[in-house]
Design a protein around this ligand. Structure first.
Ligand code: HEM
Length: 381
């Protein structure tokens, strides 16, 4: 049994390398005492993510030790509920629908970078990587700026898995109120569409509606932030790659894929449990046992990506699993890609001499997301 402690979070990749000498699927005890299987091999990760015997419905409730209730949103559901809930939002995230958001994403980016330029030193997360995706998803869903700020306050700590029952209770109350306000004042946004799907066609329950609002806001907030943050940090620490990218901005889309592979935002946020016994990577998993897929480990598997620990913006890492795989593959991936491509292009052209203000930075200690606590930079040097 591997004991996971806080040393892990500072450099998970070193730990994955050591674990992989003993196989691709490992028994791990997490901080707090719970145990589960962790999949680190690329082939095994793909197999696990596409494995119907590994279930999602009620997985988070089981992990938290509370009674498993019915699924609430698509990421916590199996077919047919998953299929029904995902269909309701699919259209909003097709590459075509997302492309229509480009001018607005460019505009928000330019405003934030104007503000950044006025600072000799700034936290790139707080000044840029957070407000960009938060504004974009907020506008898409129809959540006003003050509501977005409140949502963020109410979900502080969720990424590291440290939510208190009282905090969850208050968050639920906030979301119920958000849906009530939307119902009273519908508009042309996604949340209004979901309310209509509920009220006019009964395509989802009230509880599923509230949970879907939460999932979209939360997924849109915590992940893209860390793609921009982890990605910029990786580039600033690898100046040859940063220079290569700046010299040829047509590489940016490929570089975003490489940054997702190299140090993507999702750690173990892929909780599943075995609905029946199965074998994976040579180990037997019993019914009811938990399985986490470590996407970051799979994306550094040398059997799939040669010289996997090296950042190479020209690599084109087809098949990386930073957005997951199978039926739960990230529905927001086209939006995340658009935001990140614009963010990196504009950051690199506008601040060609940007550098880190501190060398050693701290990472959040949480199994769900992988992100820095702050990213202090000197933008204009
Ligand atoms: C699912 C990653 C951005 C919405 C997922 C999954 C991953 C992921 C790994 C699958 C988890 C699993 O199988 O257990 C990311 C990354 C992002 C990102 C790395 C940014 C770089 C977004 C955005 C949205 C979004 C911007 C939109 C609001 C969702 C939803 C699901 C999902 C709704 C559930 C899909 C389903 O269960 O069918 N994401 N995501 N994500 N993501 Fe994202």
């Amino acid at each position: 049994m591997i004991e996971l402690d806080s040393a892990f979070f500072a450099d998970p990749f070193r730990h994955y390398r050591a674990w992989s000498e003993h196989g691709s699927v490992h028994r791990v005890r997490f901080p707090g005492g719970k145990a589960g299987w962790v999949v680190t091999g690329y082939a095994e990760a793909r197999a696990a993510l596409a494995e119907p015997r590994l279930r999602k419905s009620g997985a988070n409730a089981r992990w938290a030790g509370v009674e498993a209730t019915a699924s609430t949103h698509m990421l916590d559901a199996d077919p047919p509920d998953h299929t029904r809930l995902r269909k309701l939002v699919n259209q909003a995230f097709t590459p075509r629908a997302v492309e229509a958001l480009r001018p607005r994403v460019e505009e928000i980016t330019a405003e934030l970078l104007d503000d950044l330029a006025g600072h000799a030193e700034a936290d790139l997360l707080e000044r840029f990587a957070v407000p960009l995706p938060v504004t974009v998803i907020g506008e898409l869903l129809g959540v006003a700026a003050e509501e977005r700020a409140e949502f963020r306050r109410r979900t502080a700590g969720f990424g590291s898995g440290s939510a208190e029952p009282a905090q969850i209770h208050h968050l639920k109350a906030f979301l119920v109120e958000l849906v009530r306000r939307k119902r009273a004042h519908p508009a042309g946004d996604m949340l209004s569409d979901l309310v209509r799907a509920r009220d006019e066609q009964e395509q989802l329950s009230e509880r599923e509606l509230v949970a879907t609002a939460f999932l979209l806001l939360f997924a849109g907030y915590e992940t893209t932030v860390n793609l921009i943050g982890n990605g910029m940090y990786a580039l600033l620490r690898n100046p040859d790659q940063l220079d290569a990218l700046r010299a040829d901005l047509s590489l940016v889309p490929a570089a975003v894929e490489e940054l997702l592979r190299f140090d993507g935002p999702v750690g173990f946020a892929t909780l599943r449990y075995a609905g029946e016994p199965l074998e994976l990577g040579g180990v037997r998993i019993e019914a009811g046992e938990f399985v986490h897929v470590a996407l970051g480990a799979a994306n550094r598997d040398p059997a799939r990506f040669p010289d996997a620990d090296r950042l190479d913006v020209g690599r084109r890492p087809a098949g990386h699993v930073a957005f997951g795989h199978g039926i739960h593959h990230c529905v927001g991936a086209p939006l995340a890609r658009l935001e990140a491509q614009i963010a990196f292009s504009r950051l690199l052209t506008r601040f060609p001499r940007m550098r880190l203000a501190e060398a050693d930075l701290a990472w959040h200690e949480g199994i769900r997301f992988r992100g820095l606590t702050t990213l202090p930079v000197r933008p204009n040097e």
